[in-house]
Design a protein around this ligand. Structure first.
Ligand SMILES: Cc1cc2nc3c(=O)[nH]c(=O)nc-3n(C[C@H](O)[C@H](O)[C@H](O)COP(=O)(O)OP(=O)(O)OC[C@H]3O[C@@H](n4cnc5c(N)ncnc54)[C@H](O)[C@@H]3O)c2cc1C
Length: 366
């Protein structure tokens, strides 16, 4: 045997398929608990949904399902320390870009409505006549900062990241799991499927989102604005990320001019002084969506091979909140893998809750 096809049979404690924010933050968490971890990524790490995201840490978004609240709050609490650790390990800056959010609310909400002074201080120029906003202490990051720092931090902590390495099949044995890839075979005691929108075996489906970058004067927009049809995320340097479409169109990641023009128009209606960048920067990514909007986390129970239950796990389907939820997901999935009581119960996120998933769980074959 020789070259790239040589089998890689050294036994890691954990192998993870998918080098997005979920796979790498879980890998880092397990590595910091002393385990040997290999992350296998089909393309480049952090270039799929985790690269395309807006970066709101939307703990209090009323659109989130209530079952997500405990995990979201845990992640919100973990975030400052998680960013500090990424910075320490990667030697790169990963700052919180904003600290406040103006969240639109319906006519029945009476408490916490932002005053004209508050809006004037954080978002002068915002058209708040037609939309009512609540001011909440909720921050945002620039996901591109995390894209640079997280793979570096994982490797600096002693993790192994193998890129251009698609996992095409997984076989669970009595003592170990074997992963087939074009770069040979990998073996691990435990396997976690973190393939984001590509984890179709557990009913995860891509939900496309298009975004565009605009700009405005630095002192004008200092907080995230979540309005009914659009959100604005200032990066603290004049750039403002505007998002996002929600489209169920399969794995299409093309950007279409009509959608981008519509986003820019609605953004300008809200904040007339927003300007187009020159050239216009726009992009699209695929959120890992599920039929009930909740993540898929937990053991691949329901397999014929009972022993595989504790060897194969899922952490996917984080839909619109994967940037927010990554630190808490890493924490609780690492806890269940290492047989600790998780900080947040994850039964509601079970990998076998959908009928289709029951057939597919544990049968990763791409
Ligand atoms: C436009 C947009 C805006 C968003 N805004 C926000 C936001 O403001 N806040 C927030 O919290 N979240 C946001 N999200 C959601 C967030 O981006 C996702 O929930 C999160 O990135 C999912 O991370 P992931 O690691 O599961 O998936 P990904 O980042 O997609 O990573 C999955 C990885 O698995 C790899 N892979 C697939 N198949 C295989 C295989 N067979 N073998 C090996 N590797 C494989 C892929 O190449 C990919 O790199 C947004 C998403 C989009 C698209």
């Amino acid at each position: 045997m020789g070259g790239e096809k040589q089998a890689r049979m050294s036994l890691a404690d954990v192998a993870i398929a998918g080098g997005g924010i979920v796979g790498l933050s879980l890998g880092l968490e397990l590595r910091l608990r002393g385990m040997t971890v290999t992350v296998l990524e089909r393309g480049q790490a952090m270039r799929a949904a985790s690269w395309a995201a807006g970066g709101m840490l939307a703990v209090e978004d009323p659109q989130n399902p209530p079952e997500l609240m405990e995990l979201a709050r845990l992640s919100g609490r973990l975030y400052p320390e998680w960013l500090r650790r990424l910075e320490e390990l990667s030697s790169l800056r990963v700052p919180m870009r904003t600290r406040w959010t103006l969240q639109h609310v319906g006519p029945k909400v009476r408490e916490g409505i932002a005053t004209a002074e508050e809006i004037g201080a954080l978002a002068p120029g915002l058209r708040a006549d037609a939309v009512r906003f609540r001011l909440i202490e909720e921050g945002s990051v620039d996901p591109r900062d995390i894209c640079a720092a997280l793979p570096k931090a994982f490797v600096a902590a002693g993790g192994t990241l193998v890129e251009e390495c698609e996992v095409s099949a997984v076989e669970c044995g009595a003592e170990s799991v074997s992963l087939r890839t074009e770069q040979g075979e990998f073996a691990a005691r435990t396997f976690v499927d973190c393939r984001g929108a590509w984890a179709k075996e557990v009913s995860v489906e891509p939900v496309k989102g298009q975004m565009v970058e605009m700009r405005c004067a630095l002192e004008r927009l200092k907080c995230v604005v979540r309005a009914p049809e659009v959100y604005l995320i200032p990066r603290g340097d004049g750039r403002v990320a505007v998002g996002a479409t929600l489209e169920r169109v399969g794995f299409d990641t093309r950007v279409d001019e009509g959608s981008i023009a519509a986003l820019m128009r609605v953004a300008r209606e809200l904040m007339p002084e927003l300007e187009a960048m020159d050239p216009v920067k726009s992009w699209a990514g695929l959120r890992p969506g599920t039929p009930d909007g909740l993540p898929v986390m937990g053991a691949a129970a329901g397999l014929e091979e009972k022993r595989a239950k504790s060897r194969c796990w899922y952490a996917s389907g984080l839909y619109r909140d994967g940037i927010l939820l990554a630190p808490a997901t890493a924490r609780v999935v690492a806890q269940v893998i290492t047989r600790e009581e998780p900080d947040v119960p994850i039964e509601v996120f079970s990998a076998v809750r959908f009928a289709d998933a029951r057939r597919g769980v544990g049968k990763l074959a791409v």
